[in-house]
Design a protein around this ligand. Sequence first.
Ligand SMILES: *Cc1c(COP(=O)(O)O)cnc(C)c1O
Ligand code: SF4
Length: 501
Amino acid sequence: MFESDAPDPLPTQSAIPAASGFEDDEPPSLPRRHSLWANVPDAQWNDWRWQTQNSVRSVRQLRNLLPFAPDELEAIGRLEADFKLAIPPYYFSLIDPTDPADPIRLQSVPSPLEAVSGYELEDPLEEDKDSPVPGLTHRYPDRVLMITTPNCSMYCRYCTRKRATLTRGGWEGVSADDERMIEYVRKTPAIRDVIVSGGDPLTLPIGKLRYYLENLKAIDHVDVIRIGTRVPVTLPQRLFDNELVDLLASAEKVYIQTHFNHPREITPEAARVCKTLLRAGMPINNHSVLLKGVNDDLGTMRQLLRGLLRIKVRPYYLFHCDPVTGAGHFRTSVWKGLQIMEGLRGHMSGIGIPTYVVDSPHGGGKIPLMPNYMVSMSDDAVVLRNYEGMLVRYQAEDKPTSGTPTATRGVSNLLQGSQTQLMPEGSERMARRRAIQIAEHTEAMETHGCGGDSHHEHAGNDGAALRPGVSLPVLAAAHANGNGHANGNGYKNGNGYGAHD
Ligand SMILES: *Cc1c(COP(=O)(O)O)cnc(C)c1O
Ligand code: SF4
């Protein structure tokens, strides 16, 4: 289905019709199995060793499990010599086989587009240049990142560390030195937070993981050990194993940093291991990568974030996809990220909203981006806008307003202070306020013995006609505006805004 000369063959998620019904499920969704493994006994299916041993690791296996165009198979067959492939049966089963643009498939199954390389880089974050000892990146003042293994349970096709993880033999170029990494942390008291990463550290032999954890736990100046792992998403069975959970919990300083990208990854199995980790005292933060065709639309992103809240995983970062060699087809514009962020803040629980970050070239680190909420400013005030498009004057300090008022309008008038807000028409919030005012007004009428039909008249007049003696500040504001005498600009400014002063 991919043609090499097609400029942008990946349709965005919104363009794809909902696949076989399960797209509508609120995560955690139902357990699924590809038909190949339908008869595998649960005891095996739930055993991480079985999942690892039976992972799909070759194009030869893939061709029997999913439909491919012949030229596509040939192209990914050629890629196999250079890049690793691994998909545990559990994760593979989340793919809808009838959908060539399935978001789980895009993340895990090689694409001919990986052979296309533009301006992308081997080591886009220049991690290797900030490595005082092999495998350790010291970029920020108080925290370091350790690459402990090149192995992952599933190889994400867009991996930022592709040079070490997916690339066959790439590990030699990075080759971490455990003892020197630990020693560097031990003799650098400024380090408070150590990110144990990879690859995926939960693929390490347990003895090796214990070595890292016990040593880091024993260093007094280390407050936090972050385990960066996609195992809860791609191989949750690994964490059905109590020995591993107990080891992580025993290090006491452990936070889990995981990586869910799509609501369909939030399965009962993933929910179960997150619960286990949380019960064992490990907070779980999630980072997602903004990926074209996977999660680059508002509906999918909201579903993902709400699903994470349901399993008590805190959305931490939304990364713009790094310029990794052969991952250009996953990259979106920055506008797309901002558009999504615009649809989150104010619209859904603040605790479910990640910070959108671009990881800067030249090792500059993470730089947060967000829509502009500051619209204008003066000596004594700023004009801000909220998620609804309401424009509001905000005076941070108590200062006398400067200058003599001039006839002006709009944002300029907000800066001047003759007006304090501009409200878009059709605001649900204002409608709700009016309903409250009407209810309270009606109640006040009844208390004051004002019966009959009179309150219908008030309601019809937008709550503006007040009975003397009813003093609700909000009502007073509505009153002033409703009568069009609040300010010289009148009630409407022609842009669909109403001024409320
Ligand atoms: C992301 C990252 C960190 C951690 O950054 P936080 O903003 O604290 O999550 C530390 N070191 C490196 C090299 C990183 O890429
Ligand atoms: S799990 Fe992380 S390190 Fe491993 S391939 Fe995916 S993104 Fe890369």
